[in-house]
Unconditional design. Sequence first.
Length: 272
Amino acid sequence: PPATDPQPRRTGVRTGTRAAIAAPHLRTDRWWLAPAATAAGLLAFVVYSTWRALSNADYYAAPYVSPFYSPCLAENCEPMRGGPNWELFGSWWGLSPAILILVFPLGFRLTCYYYRKAYYRGFWASPPACAVAEPHRKYTGETRFPLVLQNVHRYFFYAALLVALVLTYDTVLAFRDEHYAWGHMGLGTVVFLVNIALIWAYTVSCHSCRHIVGGKLKHFSRHPVRYRMWQWVGRLNARHMQLAWASLVSVAVADLYVYLVASGAFDDPRFF
Ligand code: FES
């Protein structure tokens, strides 16, 4: 500020239009619990998924393929009979094939409106909670690089649709036995069914999906089908946070299940 300015100009929560309260906040409840639990949950998933994605092993136990490795796009993939195993990347690719595909679901979740709120609060304390001032001096929101890139979320939504279709295909293949005969069902099939239901519910409840389905319309009365679909998506959208967590857990459980069966920890119980 200029030297003659009696009051230094401030931005963010310290702006002059805010109430001049000395205390950092006036909340007396355990407001830190939610961001701490969020950070712990997200961190646990990041550690687990990084370990599994880089391990490049135990991701296929016929007929189940781990959702972290599907579709498998490299020549070094384990052969999966009938599974989505397309060798777009030749023998030059020596790293884990999971890295090729995880960028899409990861990008979808990283740019998700709910997860943004979760990790801005949990990791950056920006802000830590409602009515608790953030510790940062400046606030530019998502108007500058790199956070302005969060706007690509809609395009990750389209990629996530493709990934959900592939995981649906994997779930259909889970109705085979270990000899690839159809008409069987094991505990793994149930795990995959629950996972794909939650993955679809989370994907369809996306805010971008809601806008694609019902946005930019002047008259709902002239678009009854889109109006009906928008209502359905809106109902799911109201549960977006819960679906984000439920599908995050279910995808990790589906992967863990494949890992346990593939590594020989236990046999997949078969119901019929
Ligand atoms: Fe969360 Fe799109 S807003 S997935």
